[in-house]
Structure formats: C-alpha cells, structure tokens
Unconditional design. Structure first.
Ligand code: NDP
Length: 326
C-alpha cells in the first residue's frame, strides 16, 4: 500500500508540523484502564511509521514516552526515517510548574524516550499542583518562562499550551517572550470550539484537536451520548466520498486547519485514520457537522475547579479528585 502523504503546517517560528498526530493516551491503570496495552504500543508506533504517521502526541503523565522513543529509535536505526522526519509532542505535568522544575521534567521525558530533543513541549494544563496534588498558586506565566528556558536550551524545538481557555492563551501571547506555536484542546462534533479556534488561528497559533471522534466511538471503556458511527448525516457524507464516518470527522477537523489526534492500537484503523488527505468537505457539510455542537467535554476535571487557573466553566457537582490518594 502507498504511504499516505501528510501535508504540513508552518508554525509561527518557521518550523513545520505534520497535519495529523497519533494519540497515545491509553488510560490510567489504577482506575482499571488500559495500562497493560503499553506492551503493544511500541509495535503500534512501528506500524504507524510504516503507514505514514510522522507525528506522535504523548505526555509525561501518559507514561507512554518510553515506547514511543524506542519505536522511533528503531526506525531511525533501520534507516526508515531520520530524527528530523519525525515530530514528537510531549507535555509537562501539573506537578512540575515551578520555573526551575520545567527543564528537569523535560530532561526526564527525554531520558525515557532516549532522545535529545522533542519537537514540541506543551504545558498540559494551566493548573499548577503540589507533589501531593493540593493546589499550588504558581502562575502559569512562571511555568511558561520555564518552557522558554527549555526551548533556549534546545531541548524543545517549539513550545505551546494545552487546555488553556482564550483569556489564558491571550495572556501568554501578550506576556510571553516566546509566542506559543500550538494550542491543544478538545475538539469533536460535540465541542466544535469555534471561538477559541478562530482566535488562535488569527494569532498564528496552530490548533491541535484531541478526542477527535467524540461520541462516535467508545473511549476508555465508556460510551458517550451523541452521534454514533452510523449517524445518518455522517453516513451520507461518508458514502458520497467513499469514506467511513470516522474519516469524515477527521477530515472535518483538517478542513478547519485543525490537527486531529486520533488514537488507535489497531493496524487497520491506523491506515483508515490517516487516509483522509485525498478528499475535502464542502463548507455546507462542515456547517452541518458544526450543528452537532452541544459544548460537551469529556475531559472535564471538575475536581480542579476551585483552582484559580481552572480553564473551564465551573459546574454544580464536581467529581472527586482521582489523583489524590487517601
Ligand atoms: P479518540 O477520539 O482518538 O478516540 C479513541 C477511541 O476510538 C479508541 O477507543 C479507539 O479504539 C477508537 N477508534 C480509533 N479509530 C477508530 C476508527 N477508525 N473506528 C472506530 N473506532 C476507532 O480519543 P482520545 O481521548 O484517545 O484522544 C486522542 C488523543 O488525544 C489521546 O490519545 C491523547 O494523545 C490526546 N489527548 C490529549 C488530552 C490533553 O489534555 N491534551 C486529553 C485527551 C486526549 P482502538 O484503539 O481499539 O482502535
């Protein structure tokens, strides 16, 4: 099969970023989730490189950096890719937000990966936490200075943010010495994020969209209300282009110049999810899909909502903090 050819966007610092990234969050094992799948992940990444993926999204808290680094190093040794052909995004966890902790945290990630730089280092949340997960008052602008240090040292080629709201992104753009190149946020048909995407793109900040399939799929063993794989509108569009409904949703992101981050551990789906660069939706089709918007978030850590830098609307009945061990 032909290698999927993936376009690239230009970041505001002149570097290139591939237009799709493979997601690698497998869940947390204390909560009965998929940590055992880590063993599979290295081989999934090898397969992903074979079918054309060149961008991998991980985070210190996912504990998948080791498997990604190992697979990338294997493909470099095999001569299939060079380091500069691969784009690796990882993220700083909330408990490392003090300025002097950032470079140390990134060095630990690099050590796990066996690499000497990442292409993109994101602040995972604007929320700083202490070691015991109690709330820390550390300002994310202080954390941003730490990311700037990491870039100056060459440990990260580019830096950006994740799960920031518009005001928070604006503050980093205005107060930072280095402009963020990317914002990574939840985007799928049920949370289209029009305002934040428009703002970021107008500022020259590339948007990456996580949990791109929304309610179409099961995720971490859970179903979510909303359009499914057999939704009539999505099926109609899919049939028109000879595509599947997951491909239509990924293409809807691409057509909004958003980088989708689909996760799969299945080889067939790796190929399906990257095979989206040979068709294009009409603006009417994009608008129709936008109508699914109910502003529904799956990543909603309401247990942090008393934090001064909580980025989302606060709700009445926050859930208990799963990170705090009693
Ligand atoms: P996704 O929308 O990628 O959904 C993943 C689920 O869809 C898995 O259960 C997968 O199953 C299934 N799937 C994948 N492809 C297909 C297909 N073609 N047809 C049917 N089912 C499919 O959600 P995620 O929440 O995993 O998000 C993706 C990535 O985004 C994460 O892995 C992570 O990298 C990033 N992320 C970032 C966050 C942040 O805070 N910055 C928060 C959440 C996610 P299977 O593996 O069995 O194929």
């Amino acid at each position: 099969t032909a290698l999927a050819s993936v376009p690239k966007y230009k970041l505001n610092n002149g570097r290139d970023i591939p237009a799709i990234a493979l997601g690698t969050f497998l869940g947390f094992d204390e909560r009965g989730m998929a940590k055992s799948q880590n063993k599979q992940l290295r081989d999934v990444i090898l397969g992903a490189i074979d079918v054309g993926y060149r961008h991998f999204d991980t985070a210190s808290v996912y504990e998948t950096e080791g498997e990604i680094g190992e697979a990338v190093r294997m493909k470099i040794e095999e001569g299939v890719v060079r380091r500069e052909d691969v784009f690796i995004t990882t993220k700083l966890w909330n408990t490392q937000h003090k300025r002097e902790q950032v470079v140390k945290a990134l060095n630990e990630s690099l050590q796990k990966m066996g690499l000497n730089y990442v292409d993109l280092y994101l602040m995972h949340w604007p929320i700083g936490l202490n070691e015991d997960y109690s709330h820390s008052e550390v300002d994310y602008m202080e954390t941003w200075r730490g990311l700037e240090n990491a870039q100056r040292l060459g440990l990260a080629k580019s830096i950006g943010v994740s799960n920031f709201n518009k005001e928070q992104l604006q503050r980093v753009i205005e107060k930072g010495n280095i402009k963020p190149v990317v914002i990574e946020i939840e985007i799928h048909p049920q949370i289209i994020q029009k305002e934040l995407v428009d703002y970021a793109q107008a500022q020259g900040v590339v948007v990456m969209g996580f949990s791109p399939f929304g309610s179409l799929v099961m995720r971490y063993g859970m179903h979510f209300p909303g359009p499914k794989l057999d939704n009539p509108l999505l099926l109609e569009i899919a049939n028109k282009y000879g595509k599947t409904t997951p491909q239509v949703v990924l293409r809807w992101l691409v057509d909004r110049n958003v980088i989708p981050i689909p996760k799969t551990l299945k080889y067939k789906r790796l190929k399906e999810n990257i095979n989206i660069f040979d068709f294009e939706l009409t603006s009417e089709e994009i608008e129709k899909i936008n109508e699914f918007d109910t502003k529904t978030r799956y990543t909603l850590p309401s247990f942090w909502q008393t934090h001064p830098y909580y980025p989302f609307d606060r709700i009445d009945n926050p859930i208990a903090d799963p990170f705090v061990k009693n």
